[in-house]
Design a protein around this ligand. Sequence first.
Ligand code: ATP
Ligand code: F6P
Length: 464
Amino acid sequence: MNKSSDLRIACVMVGLPARGKTYIAYKVSRYLAWLGIKTQIFSVGNYRRKLVGLNLPHAFFDSHNTEGVKKRREAAACALNDMITWFEKDDGTVGIFDATNSSKKTRAWINETLAARNIQVLFIESVCDDDDIILCNIKDVKLSSPDYSERDPDEATEDFMKRIKHYEETYETVTEENLTYIKLVNVGSQYIINMIRGYLESRIVYYLMNLHTRPKRIWFSRHGESLFNLEDKIGGDAGLSPRGEQYALKLPELVRQNIGDRPLTVWTSSMTRTIQTARHLDFPKKQWKALDELDTGVCDGMTYDEIEAKYPDDFARRDEDKFNYRYRGGESYRDLVLRLEPVIMDLERHENILIISHQATIRCMYAYFMGLSHEQLPYARIPLHTIIELKPKAFSCEEKLYHIDVGSVDTYRPKGQTARKLKDDKLVSNIPVSSEGASGEIVDSNNAPILPIKSIGIARTNTC
Ligand code: ATP
Ligand code: F6P
């Protein structure tokens, strides 16, 4: 999505401590960055820590502590100024101002300051009065915050509860009719929306309405090796090779071992190779056209060698900027991200989904969860005959790979080269910097073995 010349939106978080403001800010920022919208978070907490240091006692946040109030205002003013500079000098599109912003007076100041600079303001308030959720949030993220480094957990929890009490004394929920806002009540049980205008604001609001915090896992698998994969051809609608068929046959067992008794829904693309891969799985299935592989236009059915010979300029341009390169008569990765946006929305709403799709489509969805940049995304390693399990956490995403011991070709094409094709029957790993370990087994960059293992998850380093 390209920036329309003067569109600038400030998302201003509102709410008591431990209400998920930073979590929401982080999710929105990752979603917008994935779509290609220039977004940055300005965390007042970070400015405050720089100004007055770490490990501050709850009394610092008491509204009667004049020095504390002064320093917190100073930190907020600094962060707001930096956000304005970022909009004006760095051409930012969405700035996220993360602080409690819990009084009408503060919100009026922010709104007036930004409106005077032609920056639209969207207040995002998280309200939560469920004590169990708040305690969970404190344990989940606050105890590991730099504010409490090396503090006893019980003591830190007690101090944080007292900090919340100080904020409660002056907190006013958003009711100002002149402000644009969305209020999320008790993690999605109610939404209150006021004066939302424009496409991008509506997209953000719609995205927020799809978020939930229930623990979830998502599993991705490419289709089994296809007949086109064997010939190094891209695109097409080929069926599975004999080894691809073996993968499809072994998939139910691997799924049972790793997914257990959880209810599961399987999403496939509308292409033969993913439908064939899923056909032995006894779970509800849904076909999405949006999950179809990148459309390679006039290059459909060709090998990378043939493309390089017939369209050398295109081949070179794709290597220069793989994310933005659009195949003649086909798609780019940027197009694919937009096509997959409804799938991401649905993934946010659901738990326990296994997606059987393709190299490029899985790269896009994987990049959303793992926070890969547009430069990294088209080169992510998504091996054949492997399940990738993602477990989103508050501010990161855990990843494990489960390999099935059925060999396959390697369809990964490093920048500047034509396809690397391995035809032996050994498992081929696409993990970055794979090499032989001391005992001859295939290892990843952390020297962890990548063997034909069933049901043992291998974590690879992620960029979260
Ligand atoms: P602080 O003001 O101290 O910075 P915060 O409001 O930014 O606190 P977070 O640090 O974002 O709170 O808290 C993260 C926790 O909030 C996570 O455990 C996450 O699951 C949870 N969470 C996410 N969304 C919500 C929500 N809408 N309501 C309550 N909790 C939420
Ligand atoms: O080679 C398998 C395949 O799924 C092709 O159909 C598709 O064009 C390609 O991978 C996408 O990978 P890349 O963007 O690295 O060429």
